[in-house]
Write a protein that binds this ligand. Structure first.
Ligand SMILES: Cc1ncc(COP(=O)(O)O)c(C=O)c1O
Length: 371
């Protein structure tokens, strides 16, 4: 019997949040509709100003997190013959964009405790072709940015942060997206700060690169109908920007709530033979996911489903073993920690509106597993 019972506690439910926000958001949408301006414009400029100031850099609103990565890598002139050091344990977007631009992803194994790039393994992978390090702040926990940036500076490499899952996360007082040369954000509906569709943002320190990305997002054009290079059409639209500006008023509270839920889970799950997420000292985790690990992951997932509880495996297949990476020549065993994580991780329900009773129910179902 697998998942025969309807899901009562989903892994994520945006409907609960939208129910509270609907009037305010409809009002924001109304403003845009009446203005008649849907592409870029004031709302996008205002959002860029706010996020640029908050994170530290120039912000450029784009069509998605994937486009944020693509345009950043392109604007850094990384392409054929270049190598980018990154993690094999994440969503496909960073690897897809490196490959799409003709460069080569060079994987480095993860730290099994944080799930992020292991900085101790980076230097041995640097070659004369390496141009960039691309850490991902996975599940909402910042990657080890201090050693990563220091290695990059020593070897004259750029650092591109994939912040898609970590809006609001920080180390000390510095939010993610402000450590390296550029930070790439996604506003996909499941993200910490999300819009009603696709959306993304690049935060970049260098003003010339910012201008280049601004041009690339509108067909490689700085002056209307004059095109300097091959660009794309990838703009954040005004409706999404207004929705994001409205939601920005609540995002700190949502993150606080996610952290409270994580603490609650931690207390309730403490005695079980599973590994729980960590938050290294000085790091501020935003718990995009609450990801546990167990060698009995598949049985656990089944047990949760049989009790009406949703859970998801992020991610079941490491990127070096994906068919799209077959020409890179990697094989099973190359990145043992990433491979083991793929077979052991399980993300539990977490979203700001999840109630304490629901957290208790998830924990009690996990405790009732035949350990
Ligand atoms: C780590 C990571 N990078 C990049 C992306 C791409 O973002 P988008 O879906 O907005 O293109 C996502 C998620 O969707 C992600 O989880």
């Amino acid at each position: 019997m697998t998942g025969s019972r309807p899901i009562e506690i989903p892994i994520f439910d945006l409907g609960r949040q939208n129910e509270k926000l609907i009037d305010g958001i409809l009002n924001e949408i109304r403003k845009v509709v009446l203005s008649g301006r849907f592409i870029l414009g004031e709302a996008v400029a205002e959002l860029e100003e706010r996020l640029g100031e908050m994170i530290g850099g120039r912000a450029i609103g784009v069509g998605s997190g994937t486009d944020a990565l693509y345009l950043t890598i392109k604007a850094l002139d990384i392409g054929a013959g270049d190598e980018v050091i990154t993690s094999p344990f994440t969503f496909i977007a960073p690897i897809e964009t490196i490959l799409a631009l003709g460069a080569r992803p060079v994987f480095v194994d993860i730290d099994p405790i944080t799930f992020n790039l292991n900085p101790d393994l980076i230097e041995e992978r640097i070659t004369e072709r390496t141009r960039a390090i691309l850490p991902i702040h996975l599940f909402g926990l910042p990657a080890a940015m201090e050693p990563i940036v220091s290695i990059a500076r020593q070897h004259n490499l750029v650092v591109i942060e994939d912040c898609a899952q970590a809006f609001g996360a920080r180390i000390g007082d510095q939010p993610v997206g402000g450590f390296g040369d550029a930070g790439c954000f996604s506003f996909f509906p499941t993200k910490i700060l999300s819009c009603f569709g696709d959306g993304g943002m690049v935060i970049v320190r260098d003003p010339d690169r910012a201008e280049r990305i601004r041009s690339l997002r509108v067909h490689g054009s700085r002056k209307k109908y004059y095109h300097e290079e091959i660009g794309v059409n990838s703009r954040l639209d005004a409706l999404q920007a207004r929705i994001l500006l409205y939601k920005l008023n609540f995002v700190d509270e949502w993150i606080r709530r996610r952290r409270e839920i994580a603490d609650h889970y931690r207390k309730l799950l403490k005695g079980l033979p599973i590994s729980l997420p960590v938050e290294p000292e000085g790091y501020y985790h935003v718990y995009h996911q609450f990801t546990i690990r167990s060698p009995r992951r598949d049985e656990l997932k089944r047990h949760l489903a049989e009790n009406g509880i949703g859970s998801t495996v992020y991610y079941p297949t490491p990127l070096h073993l994906q068919p799209v990476c077959k020409d890179l020549g990697y094989k099973p065993g190359d990145f043992p920690e990433a491979e083991r994580a793929c077979s052991e991780v399980l993300s539990l329900p977490i979203f700001p509106e999840l109630t304490p009773r629901e957290v208790e129910r998830v924990a009690s179902v996990l405790s009732s597993f035949d350990w």
